[in-house]
Write a protein that binds this ligand. Structure first.
Ligand SMILES: [Zn+2]
Length: 302
């Protein structure tokens, strides 16, 4: 059985988490680099001061937000770039002091996409926050129904593979995965569904050409995909087999070969020291060593 290190971190100071690179004072972080003072944040790059946030880069001071670039002082936001002092906003760029807005560009002192004077803005934001606090809403992130891609097709699902029960508990609206999906551009081939089992094993097989541009059903997830001529040319050039699964299944399988952000207490299987490692969905049976034993193992085994 292959030997794994307790984590894959490099060059960190006073930090904990998985896949960290040159981070300082980051705790329970995941997949972050060159960041400082993070707490339960992930996919953070050159970011200072964050908590419970993900996909954050080149900025500072974010709380409970996702996808913030070159921004500061961002709370409960989703995809807010080159902005500051924003709360409960989505898809806003180059904005400042906005609350509950969507899709704004170069605006300030807006609430629900309506412009206010600075004085009116702070008064109204106070009133809204007080009402939200009374209803127990302030401090919560957007509910699952706000997910632009559909919660069951999100990166969260790609990582964790939520069960139907978990999705129901999170009040996730279940979307039809085939609604609006464009599988093939040739209308004459839309009803011409085939199953992956009939695909030849090798992409070099000349019979493969007849399957290009036809809908292929991944019956496990009930979704169709197709193979384009450019894609086939790549498989042939690299001598790869044809894919037998929908591309989201392939993406999930690839992601799940890496470690999760979920910690697990265990002991080094060489020196029995207590260590924290990170769960892996694909390789559940692993021989995990503490970093000292892992480095020693590498030296002894080249
Ligand atoms: Zn050890």
């Amino acid at each position: 059985m292959a030997v794994w290190p307790e984590n894959f971190n490099t060059g960190d100071i006073d930090s904990s988490g998985e896949y960290l690179e040159n981070c300082v004072c980051c705790q329970h972080e995941y997949n972050s680099s060159k960041s400082t003072d993070g707490f339960f944040s992930s996919i953070s790059f050159e970011f200072h001061n964050s908590a419970f946030s993900t996909r954050i880069s080149w900025g500072s001071d974010t709380f409970y937000s996702c996808d913030t670039n070159e921004s500061s002082d961002i709370k409960f936001c989703f995809r807010v770039w080159r902005s500051r002092k924003m709360e409960y906003c989505m898809d806003c760029m180059n904005c400042e002091n906005c609350f509950g807005c969507f899709g704004l560009q170069r605006k300030s002192f807006h609430i629900f996409n309506v412009s206010y004077t600075e004085e009116e803005y702070w008064q109204k934001v106070d009133e809204i926050k007080c009402a939200m606090l009374e209803r127990g809403e302030y401090g919560e992130f957007f509910p699952a129904i706000f997910s632009a891609v559909g919660f069951q097709f999100s990166m969260g699902d790609a990582f964790f593979g939520y069960s139907a029960d978990e999705l129901q508990k999170m009040n996730v609206p279940m979307l039809d995965p085939n609604s609006g999906a464009v599988v093939v551009t040739d209308e004459t081939k839309v009803s011409d569904v085939i199953f992956p089992e009939v695909l030849p094993d090798s992409s070099l097989d000349s019979k493969v050409d007849e399957y290009v541009g036809r809908p292929i059903l991944d019956s496990k997830i009930g979704r169709k995909y197709s193979i384009t001529s450019d894609e086939l040319a790549l498989y042939r050039r690299l001598h790869l087999p044809l894919p037998h699964q929908h591309f989201l299944t392939r993406l999930s399988n690839l992601i799940r070969m890496s470690n999760f952000s979920v910690p697990e207490l265990t002991e080094c299987q060489n020196c029995q020291k207590k260590i924290t490692t990170y769960k892996n969905a694909t390789f559940s049976e692993r021989r995990v060593f503490c970093l000292a034993c892992y480095n020693q193992f590498l030296e002894q085994n080249n």
